[in-house]
Design a binder for this molecule. Sequence first.
Ligand SMILES: C[S@@+](CC[C@H](N)C(=O)[O-])C[C@H]1O[C@@H](n2cnc3c(N)ncnc32)[C@H](O)[C@@H]1O
Length: 275
Amino acid sequence: MAADPEQPLSDEIASQGWYATFELAPGVETPGWFDLRSVAEKLPFPADMSGMRCLDVGTFEGFWALHMHRRGAREVLGVDLLDPASWDWPVGSDEAVVSALEGRKRGGLGFETVRAALDHPVERRELSVYDLDEERIGRFDFAYLGSLLVHLRDPVRALERVRSVLDGHLLLCDLVHLPNTVRRPWTPMAQLDGRGRPWWWRPNLAALLRLAEAAGFEPADRPRLVFLPPGAAHPRPSLRPRAALRALRTGAGREVLFASRFGAPHAALLLRPRR
Ligand SMILES: C[S@@+](CC[C@H](N)C(=O)[O-])C[C@H]1O[C@@H](n2cnc3c(N)ncnc32)[C@H](O)[C@@H]1O
C-alpha cells in the first residue's frame, strides 16, 4: 500500500494505527503505541555510524532504521512481514485477532507515510527474519532487532539467520519478563504464552542472553534494562481503586497496568558474532 500524496498529512496520520511516535512536521505527531524517542538515546548504538551498511529486522514504520540513518549509516535496509497473517500464529488463533492486527498494520502503510513526510532513503523489503540470506540481501556491518523475538515461535533460528548476514554488532532489544528477571537474575527461564495471538516466549534477561549465545553471539557490552514509554495510543487502564484492584489480580492485568505507567520492560544487549 502506498501513501496518497494528495491526502493532507493529518488525515493520513488519523487514518491508520501507529506503533511508534514520529514528529512528521513541526507539531504534527503520530499517536504511537510507544514513544521510543527517549529510549533511542539510551541504547548502545555507535554514536557515529557513517560508512556502515545497517539492517533493521521487523522495521514496522521504520523508527529504528531512521535512527541509524540519522546516525550517519551509509545504507539502511528494513525488513518486515507486512501481512500479519504470515506471522507465527499458534494453531486455533481467532480470525478476529488476525483482522484487528491487519487493520492496524494496513499493509505497512505507516512506513510509506513516514518516508514520504520525512523524505528519508531507507529501503524496506518484505522478508521474514527466518529467510534472511546473504544471496538475497548481502552482508551488514550492524543490525538492530527490536520487540520481535517475543512474536516468534523459534527465536534461536531467527537470531542464527541474523548472524548469517552480519559482520559487525547486533543490538537486540526485546521484551523480558520483569518479575523473573528480578527474582531469578542468574537462572535463564522463559514464560510461554502461545495461545490465540503471536506472543510466544517471554524470557528473563538471563534467558534472552542465553538465546543469543545459543545462536552464536557473545555480549559486547553490559546488558541493560529499558522501559519503552507508552505513546498517545497506548491503553491506560483506570487507577480507580476498584478497577486497579481487579487488574492487579491477574498477571496479564498487572503487566498492562505496569506498562501503561512505566513502560514495557525490555533488555538491550549489544552482541557480536562469536568467532
Ligand atoms: C512489535 S513490532 C516491533 C517494531 C520495531 N522492530 C521496534 O522495535 O519498534 C514487531 C514487528 O516485527 C514484524 N514481524 C513479525 N514477524 C516477523 C518475521 N517473521 N520476520 C520479520 N518481521 C516480522 C512485524 O510485522 C512488526 O513490524
